[in-house]
Design a protein around this ligand. Structure first.
Ligand SMILES: Cc1cc2nc3c(=O)[nH]c(=O)nc-3n(C[C@H](O)[C@H](O)[C@H](O)COP(=O)(O)OP(=O)(O)OC[C@H]3O[C@@H](n4cnc5c(N)ncnc54)[C@H](O)[C@@H]3O)c2cc1C
Length: 448
């Protein structure tokens, strides 16, 4: 049997790579992990965690405003961006340390630097070559900037986390979750915010009612929406001129491109080895996360399946279990719940109404209401909920929500959907009163 330096080398210490490395080591494998940036990857450093911290910060503006409806006399407020960024950076450094500790405790050897495959079992890093029985590519993805004149003036989500100063005005380009989240963050922090998107609605891929309703709520909160518009060019300057396809000219201190992400599969040595990639360079893998080369595997965003941290984590666990454990874990890509931390939040699990109708007859239940909290706050924000039910089996196929803590609400319902819960079982469940979530249990009349 060939003798290798390691049983497993993982390239990339993000959500998927760290989990796979740690679990494989726990199963007894000799593991190395190689990382060119900071431990924790996108989620910890320039994704979920810093994004949610900024989102919390941005929400305080509304919280202060709402407090006056509850009798609080809130003194004039001042927001300091550098303080927020410093606090966020300190928290991220703490998390980087935790990731390092977790890997070291599991006995994983950590290599800092950019890794490149140089053989089916060989990885080069910093002038040295290391060998492993299995190589796992978990290199994630990167933001893609739209190509347009002046496009180099745009920053990406990664830069936005490190802006020295908060701009007075910003244009966010895109209609996906990162675009609506950053538009909400800027707007909440008092930046004059424009959201420009080529599509006619936000959040394509979500239930068809979500985008228009979210647009209404974001617009009510002060975000200036420019649907069905392209950015034609950007004229540089401290204040940039952003020329749109409808000839509107916007002035902005910062233009953020949130028009998509692509897998980090270039310059990894894949082509030389003949590892198959698909659209945008996504690495092609089978059910065991193996490429067309039996010793090379891939998980997470670099495979471009569902780009979410919990999916990368689940794939990391399944990979470790399959190759070094009992092989009992699999990942189901059905009913993957997801949340968007726009203001207001959006969350969903299961099928959209459109997708469900393609499969057969459905009953739709929905509700739009003003949450109790906003009776005294005076805020006009509305909460929206929708259930998509299979007409024949009564099984709940999809649950969708726009409103406060939508992700927290839908996490539990995701379990119900995974267990195959029926609408009758939803109806028979006693609600928790008074909550927003109880509305999911009290929608009795199907929408026409
Ligand atoms: C702004 C933003 C917000 C997000 N918010 C959410 C959210 O709220 N919820 C959610 O579930 N998901 C969210 N995501 C998505 C989530 O961050 C990713 O799905 C997840 O991080 C993917 O994990 P991964 O292990 O595949 O890759 P990553 O976490 O991206 O890790 C890849 C690692 O590989 C390293 N690397 C790349 N090439 C090399 C090389 N050649 N050698 C060595 N190291 C290399 C990179 O430096 C990186 O650290 C967000 C993403 C972004 C950008």
């Amino acid at each position: 049997m060939a003798d290798f330096d390691f049983d497993l080398i993982t390239i990339g210490a993000g959500s998927g790579g760290v989990r796979a490395a740690r679990m494989s080591a726990n199963h007894g494998a000799r593991v190395a992990i190689m990382e060119s940036g900071a431990l924790g990857g996108t989620c910890v450093n320039v994704g979920c965690i810093p994004k949610k911290l900024l989102s919390y910060a941005a929400h305080y503006r509304e919280d202060f405003e709402d407090a006056s409806g509850y009798g609080w006399d809130v003194a004039p407020r001042r927001f300091d961006w550098p303080s927020l960024i410093a606090a966020k950076d300190a928290e991220i450094r703490r998390l980087n340390g935790i990731y390092e500790g977790v890997l070291r405790d599991a006995g994983v050897e950590i290599f800092a630097g950019r890794a490149r495959l140089v053989g089916p079992h060989e990885v080069a890093l910093g002038g040295k070559t290391h060998s492993a029985r299995h190589i796992l590519i978990a290199t994630g993805g990167h933001p893609v900037r739209a190509t347009l004149p002046g496009g180099e003036q745009m920053i990406t989500s990664e830069d936005a986390f490190h802006l020295k100063q908060l701009p007075a005005s910003a244009v966010v380009y895109g209609a996906g979750y990162i675009a609506v989240e950053f538009a909400s963050i800027f707007n909440g922090l008092g930046v004059e915010t424009h959201l420009v998107y080529r599509a006619d609605r936000l959040l394509r891929g979500f239930d068809g009612e979500i985008g228009p309703l979210l647009a209404e709520e974001m617009s009510r909160k002060g975000v200036n929406l420019h649907p069905s518009c392209r950015i034609e060019r950007i004229v540089p300057g401290e204040i940039k001129q952003v020329i749109l396809s409808d000839k509107t000219v916007l002035a902005a201190g910062c233009v953020l491109a949130a028009t998509g992400r692509a897998p980090n599969s270039a310059n990894l040595g894949l082509e030389e080895l003949g590892v198959q990639t698909g659209e945008h360079g996504a690495i092609q893998v089978d059910d065991t996360y193996t490429t067309n080369l039996p010793s090379i595997h891939a998980i997470g965003d670099v495979t471009d399946r569902i780009q979410l941290t919990p999916v990368a984590l689940a794939e990391g666990m399944a990979f470790a279990d399959h190759w070094f454990g009992k092989g009992l874990r699999t990942v189901s890509y059905e009913n993957v719940p997801t949340a968007v931390f726009s203001h207001p939040h959006v969350a969903c699990v299961g099928l959209s109404e459109e997708a469900a109708r393609m499969r057969g007859a459905v009953r739709i239940f929905k509700s739009s209401f003003r949450a109790l909290r906003h009776t005294l706050s005076g805020r006009g924000e509305r909460t929206f909920m929708k259930l998509v039910v299979d007409a024949q089996s009564d099984r709940v196929l999809g649950a969708h929500m726009i409103g406060p803590d939508a992700g927290e609400v839908l996490q539990g319902f995701a379990v119900a959907l995974n267990c195959g819960a029926t609408k009758a079982q939803f109806d028979a469940t006693i609600g928790i009163h008074p909550t927003v979530a109880e509305e999911f249990l009290t929608m009795r009349t199907p929408a026409s």
